[in-house]
Design a protein around this ligand. Structure first.
Ligand code: CA
Length: 439
Protein backbone atom coordinates (compact mmCIF):
# COMPACT_ATOMS: atom_id res chain seq x y z
CA UNK A 1 0.00 0.00 0.00
CA UNK A 2 1.32 3.45 -0.79
CA UNK A 3 0.29 6.58 1.02
CA UNK A 4 -1.98 7.45 -1.89
CA UNK A 5 -4.06 4.38 -1.08
CA UNK A 6 -4.68 5.69 2.39
CA UNK A 7 -8.19 5.84 3.65
CA UNK A 8 -9.77 7.26 6.74
CA UNK A 9 -10.80 3.83 7.97
CA UNK A 10 -7.60 3.73 10.07
CA UNK A 11 -7.92 6.11 12.97
CA UNK A 12 -4.61 7.57 14.13
CA UNK A 13 -5.40 6.44 17.65
CA UNK A 14 -6.16 2.90 16.62
CA UNK A 15 -4.46 0.29 18.77
CA UNK A 16 -3.62 -1.81 15.73
CA UNK A 17 -1.65 1.12 14.34
CA UNK A 18 2.00 0.12 14.02
CA UNK A 19 5.04 1.68 12.44
CA UNK A 20 7.75 -0.08 10.44
CA UNK A 21 10.11 1.74 12.82
CA UNK A 22 10.65 -0.26 16.00
CA UNK A 23 9.36 1.72 18.98
CA UNK A 24 10.05 0.47 22.52
CA UNK A 25 6.87 -0.01 24.62
CA UNK A 26 8.02 2.62 27.14
CA UNK A 27 8.92 5.20 24.46
CA UNK A 28 7.25 8.62 24.66
CA UNK A 29 6.98 8.73 20.89
CA UNK A 30 4.96 5.88 19.33
CA UNK A 31 3.18 6.37 15.99
CA UNK A 32 0.06 7.51 17.91
CA UNK A 33 1.98 10.58 19.19
CA UNK A 34 4.06 12.22 16.40
CA UNK A 35 4.92 15.46 18.22
CA UNK A 36 6.39 18.32 16.19
CA UNK A 37 9.75 19.92 16.87
CA UNK A 38 12.53 21.90 15.21
CA UNK A 39 15.93 20.28 14.77
CA UNK A 40 19.32 20.69 13.10
CA UNK A 41 20.62 17.47 11.54
CA UNK A 42 24.26 16.53 12.02
CA UNK A 43 26.42 18.39 9.54
CA UNK A 44 23.87 21.15 8.93
CA UNK A 45 23.28 24.58 10.44
CA UNK A 46 19.69 25.09 9.32
CA UNK A 47 16.83 24.15 11.66
CA UNK A 48 13.84 22.51 10.02
CA UNK A 49 10.65 20.80 11.20
CA UNK A 50 10.35 17.16 12.15
CA UNK A 51 8.29 14.74 14.17
CA UNK A 52 9.65 12.35 16.81
CA UNK A 53 9.05 8.65 16.22
CA UNK A 54 10.70 6.17 18.62
CA UNK A 55 14.43 6.99 18.74
CA UNK A 56 14.26 8.90 15.44
CA UNK A 57 13.32 12.27 14.01
CA UNK A 58 11.44 12.29 10.73
CA UNK A 59 12.51 15.29 8.63
CA UNK A 60 9.28 16.76 7.23
CA UNK A 61 11.17 19.14 4.94
CA UNK A 62 12.53 16.11 3.08
CA UNK A 63 9.10 14.48 2.77
CA UNK A 64 7.52 17.79 1.75
CA UNK A 65 10.12 18.38 -0.97
CA UNK A 66 9.32 14.93 -2.35
CA UNK A 67 5.67 16.00 -2.57
CA UNK A 68 4.68 13.38 -0.01
CA UNK A 69 2.88 15.78 2.35
CA UNK A 70 0.55 17.39 -0.15
CA UNK A 71 0.69 18.85 -3.60
CA UNK A 72 0.71 22.53 -2.77
CA UNK A 73 4.08 24.26 -2.90
CA UNK A 74 2.81 26.41 -0.04
CA UNK A 75 2.50 23.40 2.29
CA UNK A 76 5.88 22.08 1.18
CA UNK A 77 7.68 25.22 2.31
CA UNK A 78 6.34 25.27 5.87
CA UNK A 79 8.60 22.46 7.00
CA UNK A 80 11.81 24.13 5.83
CA UNK A 81 11.05 26.95 8.28
CA UNK A 82 13.07 27.04 11.52
CA UNK A 83 9.86 27.20 13.61
CA UNK A 84 6.32 25.82 13.42
CA UNK A 85 4.52 29.19 13.30
CA UNK A 86 3.59 29.26 9.62
CA UNK A 87 2.40 25.66 9.63
CA UNK A 88 0.36 26.18 12.81
CA UNK A 89 -1.34 29.21 11.29
CA UNK A 90 -3.00 27.00 8.63
CA UNK A 91 -5.58 25.61 11.01
CA UNK A 92 -7.05 22.34 12.11
CA UNK A 93 -7.92 20.89 8.70
CA UNK A 94 -4.32 21.22 7.49
CA UNK A 95 -3.00 19.94 10.85
CA UNK A 96 -5.19 16.84 10.62
CA UNK A 97 -4.53 16.17 6.94
CA UNK A 98 -0.79 16.43 7.53
CA UNK A 99 -0.92 14.23 10.60
CA UNK A 100 -2.86 11.59 8.67
CA UNK A 101 -0.32 11.67 5.82
CA UNK A 102 2.65 11.33 8.20
CA UNK A 103 0.90 8.50 10.02
CA UNK A 104 0.27 6.74 6.75
CA UNK A 105 3.90 7.07 5.63
CA UNK A 106 5.12 5.56 8.91
CA UNK A 107 2.67 2.65 8.99
CA UNK A 108 4.13 -0.85 8.89
CA UNK A 109 2.04 -1.68 5.81
CA UNK A 110 2.99 1.42 3.77
CA UNK A 111 5.92 0.81 1.42
CA UNK A 112 6.63 4.40 0.28
CA UNK A 113 9.23 5.18 2.93
CA UNK A 114 9.73 1.69 4.34
CA UNK A 115 11.05 0.22 1.09
CA UNK A 116 13.03 3.24 -0.12
CA UNK A 117 16.41 3.10 1.68
CA UNK A 118 17.72 6.26 -0.01
CA UNK A 119 14.70 8.31 1.07
CA UNK A 120 14.71 6.73 4.51
CA UNK A 121 18.34 7.67 5.10
CA UNK A 122 17.64 11.28 4.11
CA UNK A 123 14.40 11.57 6.08
CA UNK A 124 15.23 9.73 9.30
CA UNK A 125 17.93 10.73 11.80
CA UNK A 126 18.55 9.21 15.19
CA UNK A 127 17.35 11.68 17.83
CA UNK A 128 20.73 11.40 19.55
CA UNK A 129 22.49 12.75 16.46
CA UNK A 130 20.45 15.95 16.01
CA UNK A 131 20.36 19.28 17.86
CA UNK A 132 16.91 20.41 18.91
CA UNK A 133 15.99 24.09 18.66
CA UNK A 134 13.04 26.24 19.75
CA UNK A 135 10.00 24.75 17.97
CA UNK A 136 8.00 27.99 17.99
CA UNK A 137 8.65 31.71 17.86
CA UNK A 138 6.80 32.87 20.98
CA UNK A 139 5.13 36.22 20.49
CA UNK A 140 3.09 36.40 23.66
CA UNK A 141 3.17 34.46 26.90
CA UNK A 142 0.42 34.36 29.49
CA UNK A 143 0.58 32.42 32.72
CA UNK A 144 -2.60 31.39 34.50
CA UNK A 145 -3.12 30.26 38.09
CA UNK A 146 -5.62 27.46 37.53
CA UNK A 147 -4.83 24.82 40.15
CA UNK A 148 -6.97 25.33 43.23
CA UNK A 149 -4.61 23.35 45.45
CA UNK A 150 -1.66 25.50 44.37
CA UNK A 151 -3.59 28.76 44.74
CA UNK A 152 -4.78 27.75 48.20
CA UNK A 153 -1.35 26.59 49.40
CA UNK A 154 0.52 29.67 48.12
CA UNK A 155 -2.26 32.03 49.21
CA UNK A 156 -2.02 30.58 52.72
CA UNK A 157 1.74 31.19 52.81
CA UNK A 158 1.49 34.75 51.48
CA UNK A 159 -1.73 35.97 53.14
CA UNK A 160 -2.80 33.40 55.74
CA UNK A 161 -5.38 30.59 55.53
CA UNK A 162 -8.38 32.90 55.91
CA UNK A 163 -7.39 34.94 52.81
CA UNK A 164 -5.85 32.08 50.80
CA UNK A 165 -8.21 32.26 47.82
CA UNK A 166 -8.92 35.83 46.73
CA UNK A 167 -12.66 36.61 46.24
CA UNK A 168 -12.22 36.60 42.43
CA UNK A 169 -10.50 33.19 42.20
CA UNK A 170 -13.54 30.96 41.63
CA UNK A 171 -15.04 33.45 39.14
CA UNK A 172 -12.09 34.32 36.89
CA UNK A 173 -9.22 32.24 35.50
CA UNK A 174 -6.55 34.48 37.07
CA UNK A 175 -3.50 35.15 34.90
CA UNK A 176 -0.79 37.66 34.06
CA UNK A 177 1.16 38.55 30.93
CA UNK A 178 4.60 37.01 31.15
CA UNK A 179 7.74 37.70 29.18
CA UNK A 180 7.91 35.89 25.82
CA UNK A 181 11.54 36.88 25.20
CA UNK A 182 12.89 34.87 28.12
CA UNK A 183 11.23 31.58 27.16
CA UNK A 184 14.02 29.12 26.48
CA UNK A 185 14.40 25.58 25.23
CA UNK A 186 14.92 22.67 27.59
CA UNK A 187 18.60 22.24 28.43
CA UNK A 188 19.32 25.97 28.65
CA UNK A 189 21.22 26.87 31.83
CA UNK A 190 19.92 29.81 33.85
CA UNK A 191 21.78 32.28 36.06
CA UNK A 192 20.49 32.72 39.58
CA UNK A 193 18.73 36.09 39.36
CA UNK A 194 19.78 39.21 41.24
CA UNK A 195 17.15 41.45 42.70
CA UNK A 196 15.57 43.32 45.56
CA UNK A 197 14.15 41.40 48.46
CA UNK A 198 12.94 42.30 51.91
CA UNK A 199 13.98 39.50 54.26
CA UNK A 200 12.43 41.22 57.29
CA UNK A 201 9.25 43.30 57.48
CA UNK A 202 11.02 45.52 60.02
CA UNK A 203 14.09 46.32 57.92
CA UNK A 204 14.79 48.03 54.58
CA UNK A 205 15.01 45.90 51.42
CA UNK A 206 18.35 44.41 50.37
CA UNK A 207 19.94 43.59 46.99
CA UNK A 208 21.64 40.37 45.91
CA UNK A 209 21.19 36.89 44.43
CA UNK A 210 17.82 35.29 45.13
CA UNK A 211 17.92 32.96 48.14
CA UNK A 212 14.57 31.36 47.33
CA UNK A 213 14.83 30.01 43.80
CA UNK A 214 12.05 27.63 42.85
CA UNK A 215 10.54 25.72 39.92
CA UNK A 216 6.88 25.59 38.91
CA UNK A 217 5.47 22.50 37.21
CA UNK A 218 3.15 23.58 34.39
CA UNK A 219 1.95 22.69 30.92
CA UNK A 220 1.49 25.34 28.23
CA UNK A 221 -0.93 25.49 25.30
CA UNK A 222 0.47 26.64 21.96
CA UNK A 223 -1.79 28.89 19.89
CA UNK A 224 -1.85 27.94 16.20
CA UNK A 225 -4.52 30.19 14.69
CA UNK A 226 -4.58 33.76 15.92
CA UNK A 227 -7.26 36.44 16.13
CA UNK A 228 -7.52 40.14 15.33
CA UNK A 229 -7.90 42.93 17.85
CA UNK A 230 -11.53 43.04 18.94
CA UNK A 231 -12.26 39.36 18.30
CA UNK A 232 -12.89 36.83 21.04
CA UNK A 233 -12.78 33.03 21.05
CA UNK A 234 -15.75 31.24 22.63
CA UNK A 235 -15.00 28.06 24.60
CA UNK A 236 -16.54 25.93 21.84
CA UNK A 237 -14.04 27.31 19.28
CA UNK A 238 -10.86 27.07 21.34
CA UNK A 239 -9.72 23.78 19.80
CA UNK A 240 -9.76 25.41 16.34
CA UNK A 241 -7.04 27.76 17.65
CA UNK A 242 -4.89 25.55 19.88
CA UNK A 243 -2.24 23.44 18.14
CA UNK A 244 -0.68 21.51 21.00
CA UNK A 245 0.92 21.35 24.42
CA UNK A 246 4.45 21.54 25.86
CA UNK A 247 5.79 21.09 29.39
CA UNK A 248 6.80 24.36 31.03
CA UNK A 249 8.97 25.20 34.04
CA UNK A 250 8.13 28.69 35.31
CA UNK A 251 11.32 29.34 37.32
CA UNK A 252 10.43 31.64 40.21
CA UNK A 253 12.48 33.68 42.70
CA UNK A 254 10.13 33.67 45.69
CA UNK A 255 11.94 36.33 47.70
CA UNK A 256 11.95 38.77 44.78
CA UNK A 257 8.33 37.87 43.95
CA UNK A 258 7.15 38.38 47.52
CA UNK A 259 8.55 41.94 47.70
CA UNK A 260 7.43 43.09 44.25
CA UNK A 261 4.13 41.35 43.47
CA UNK A 262 1.68 43.83 44.94
CA UNK A 263 -0.12 45.62 43.40
CA UNK A 264 0.64 44.66 39.77
CA UNK A 265 1.69 41.00 40.01
CA UNK A 266 4.80 39.01 39.08
CA UNK A 267 7.69 40.79 37.33
CA UNK A 268 11.43 40.19 37.92
CA UNK A 269 10.74 37.21 40.18
CA UNK A 270 9.53 35.36 37.08
CA UNK A 271 10.91 36.82 33.86
CA UNK A 272 14.57 35.77 34.13
CA UNK A 273 13.75 32.50 32.36
CA UNK A 274 10.95 30.07 31.55
CA UNK A 275 11.82 26.66 30.07
CA UNK A 276 9.75 24.59 27.65
CA UNK A 277 10.07 21.03 26.34
CA UNK A 278 11.18 20.71 22.71
CA UNK A 279 8.34 18.55 21.32
CA UNK A 280 4.88 20.04 20.78
CA UNK A 281 2.37 17.24 21.41
CA UNK A 282 -0.74 17.89 19.33
CA UNK A 283 -4.26 18.19 20.71
CA UNK A 284 -5.20 15.43 18.25
CA UNK A 285 -2.72 13.03 19.87
CA UNK A 286 -3.97 13.96 23.35
CA UNK A 287 -7.72 13.78 22.66
CA UNK A 288 -7.97 10.11 23.83
CA UNK A 289 -6.77 11.36 27.23
CA UNK A 290 -9.45 13.96 27.93
CA UNK A 291 -11.29 13.35 31.21
CA UNK A 292 -14.02 15.19 33.09
CA UNK A 293 -12.76 18.27 34.92
CA UNK A 294 -13.42 18.86 38.62
CA UNK A 295 -16.80 20.36 39.53
CA UNK A 296 -16.85 24.17 39.68
CA UNK A 297 -18.67 26.00 42.42
CA UNK A 298 -20.17 28.50 41.77
CA UNK A 299 -21.04 27.78 38.16
CA UNK A 300 -18.96 30.18 36.05
CA UNK A 301 -20.49 32.95 33.94
CA UNK A 302 -22.01 32.10 30.57
CA UNK A 303 -18.89 32.94 28.50
CA UNK A 304 -16.86 30.52 30.64
CA UNK A 305 -19.13 27.49 30.16
CA UNK A 306 -16.85 24.98 28.47
CA UNK A 307 -16.93 21.26 27.71
CA UNK A 308 -15.29 20.91 31.16
CA UNK A 309 -12.66 18.45 30.09
CA UNK A 310 -9.02 18.37 31.13
CA UNK A 311 -6.08 16.29 29.95
CA UNK A 312 -5.02 13.30 32.03
CA UNK A 313 -1.26 13.96 31.80
CA UNK A 314 0.96 12.40 34.46
CA UNK A 315 3.55 14.94 35.54
CA UNK A 316 6.74 14.44 37.49
CA UNK A 317 9.51 16.69 38.83
CA UNK A 318 12.98 15.49 39.82
CA UNK A 319 16.05 17.33 41.11
CA UNK A 320 19.63 16.32 40.36
CA UNK A 321 22.37 18.02 42.37
CA UNK A 322 26.03 18.33 41.45
CA UNK A 323 26.92 15.71 44.08
CA UNK A 324 24.59 13.07 42.65
CA UNK A 325 25.77 10.53 40.12
CA UNK A 326 24.94 11.30 36.54
CA UNK A 327 21.57 9.73 35.83
CA UNK A 328 20.52 9.86 39.50
CA UNK A 329 17.81 12.24 40.65
CA UNK A 330 15.29 12.76 43.43
CA UNK A 331 11.58 12.89 42.61
CA UNK A 332 9.88 15.76 44.44
CA UNK A 333 6.48 15.70 42.76
CA UNK A 334 3.97 13.39 41.11
CA UNK A 335 1.03 15.41 39.84
CA UNK A 336 -1.48 15.43 36.97
CA UNK A 337 -3.06 18.10 34.79
CA UNK A 338 -6.50 16.58 35.45
CA UNK A 339 -6.47 18.39 38.81
CA UNK A 340 -6.83 21.80 37.11
CA UNK A 341 -9.90 23.78 38.22
CA UNK A 342 -9.96 26.03 35.13
CA UNK A 343 -9.61 24.21 31.79
CA UNK A 344 -7.79 25.43 28.66
CA UNK A 345 -11.02 26.42 26.88
CA UNK A 346 -12.02 28.67 29.75
CA UNK A 347 -8.54 30.19 29.90
CA UNK A 348 -8.44 31.21 26.23
CA UNK A 349 -12.10 32.30 26.20
CA UNK A 350 -11.38 34.52 29.20
CA UNK A 351 -8.12 35.81 27.74
CA UNK A 352 -9.88 37.01 24.57
CA UNK A 353 -13.32 38.05 25.89
CA UNK A 354 -12.23 41.71 25.94
CA UNK A 355 -10.96 41.55 22.35
CA UNK A 356 -7.30 40.91 23.21
CA UNK A 357 -5.79 39.28 20.11
CA UNK A 358 -3.72 36.09 20.14
CA UNK A 359 -1.17 35.07 17.50
CA UNK A 360 0.41 31.87 16.19
CA UNK A 361 3.14 30.84 18.62
CA UNK A 362 1.57 32.48 21.66
CA UNK A 363 1.85 30.35 24.76
CA UNK A 364 -0.58 30.23 27.61
CA UNK A 365 0.39 28.17 30.61
CA UNK A 366 -1.79 26.57 33.25
CA UNK A 367 0.02 27.82 36.32
CA UNK A 368 1.63 25.44 38.80
CA UNK A 369 -0.18 22.12 38.80
CA UNK A 370 -0.48 20.79 42.34
CA UNK A 371 -2.68 17.95 43.43
CA UNK A 372 -4.42 17.45 46.76
CA UNK A 373 -1.69 15.32 48.39
CA UNK A 374 1.72 16.17 49.84
CA UNK A 375 3.55 14.22 47.10
CA UNK A 376 1.75 16.10 44.31
CA UNK A 377 2.87 19.67 45.10
CA UNK A 378 4.16 21.44 41.99
CA UNK A 379 6.81 23.76 43.48
CA UNK A 380 9.27 23.89 46.38
CA UNK A 381 7.59 26.79 48.17
CA UNK A 382 4.60 24.51 48.73
CA UNK A 383 6.68 21.41 49.54
CA UNK A 384 8.85 23.20 52.14
CA UNK A 385 6.02 25.44 53.46
CA UNK A 386 7.66 28.63 52.31
CA UNK A 387 11.18 27.40 53.10
CA UNK A 388 10.39 26.61 56.73
CA UNK A 389 10.92 22.87 56.21
CA UNK A 390 13.70 21.03 54.42
CA UNK A 391 13.70 18.06 52.11
CA UNK A 392 16.53 15.56 52.48
CA UNK A 393 17.92 14.15 49.27
CA UNK A 394 19.38 10.62 48.93
CA UNK A 395 22.84 12.24 48.71
CA UNK A 396 22.35 13.53 52.27
CA UNK A 397 22.00 17.12 51.04
CA UNK A 398 19.11 19.26 52.23
CA UNK A 399 17.06 21.74 50.25
CA UNK A 400 14.59 24.48 51.06
CA UNK A 401 14.99 26.01 47.62
CA UNK A 402 17.27 25.31 44.63
CA UNK A 403 21.05 25.52 45.04
CA UNK A 404 23.57 26.50 42.36
CA UNK A 405 24.32 23.48 40.18
CA UNK A 406 20.90 21.88 40.73
CA UNK A 407 19.18 20.54 37.64
CA UNK A 408 15.38 20.36 37.54
CA UNK A 409 13.87 17.69 35.29
CA UNK A 410 10.16 17.62 34.46
CA UNK A 411 8.48 14.81 32.58
CA UNK A 412 4.96 14.26 31.32
CA UNK A 413 3.08 11.36 29.74
CA UNK A 414 -0.36 9.96 29.13
CA UNK A 415 -0.91 6.27 29.43
CA UNK A 416 -3.77 3.91 28.80
CA UNK A 417 -3.75 0.16 28.43
CA UNK A 418 -3.14 0.60 24.70
CA UNK A 419 -0.41 3.22 24.21
CA UNK A 420 1.62 5.99 25.80
CA UNK A 421 1.80 9.59 24.60
CA UNK A 422 4.85 11.27 26.15
CA UNK A 423 6.29 14.77 26.16
CA UNK A 424 9.93 13.91 26.81
CA UNK A 425 11.56 16.24 29.32
CA UNK A 426 12.11 19.87 30.13
CA UNK A 427 15.36 20.38 32.04
CA UNK A 428 17.47 23.30 33.21
CA UNK A 429 20.45 23.85 35.50
CA UNK A 430 20.94 26.80 37.84
CA UNK A 431 24.29 28.59 37.53
CA UNK A 432 25.69 30.97 40.17
CA UNK A 433 24.57 34.60 39.95
CA UNK A 434 26.82 37.00 38.08
CA UNK A 435 27.37 39.95 40.38
CA UNK A 436 26.92 43.42 38.97
CA UNK A 437 30.15 45.39 39.16
CA UNK A 438 29.87 48.63 41.10
CA UNK A 439 29.88 51.73 38.95
CA1 CA B 1 3.52 30.10 37.16
Amino acid sequence: MTHKDSSSKHSSSSTSLRSFIEVAPNSDFPIQNLPYGAFIPKGSTAPRIGVAIGDFVLDLSVLANEGLLGDEARIQSYFSDPVLNRFMEQGRTVWQTTRNRITELLRSDCSTLRDNPALRSRALSSRESVTLSMPIRVGGYTDFYSSIDHARNVGTLFRGAENALNPNWRHIPIGYDGRAGSIVLSGTNLLRPLGQTRPSDDAPPTFGPSKALDFELEVAFVVGVGTHLGESIPCSQVNEHVFGIVLLNDWSARDIQKWEYQPLGPFLGKNFGTSISPWVVTIDALTPFLVDAPQQDPQPMEYLRSARQVFDINLEVAIRTEKMDRGASFCTTRSNSKFLYWDHQQQLAHHTINGCPVAPGDLYATGTISGPTQDSLGCLVEITKGGKQTITLPSGEERRFLADGDTVIMRGWCDNSEFRIGFGEVTGTILPAVQVSKA
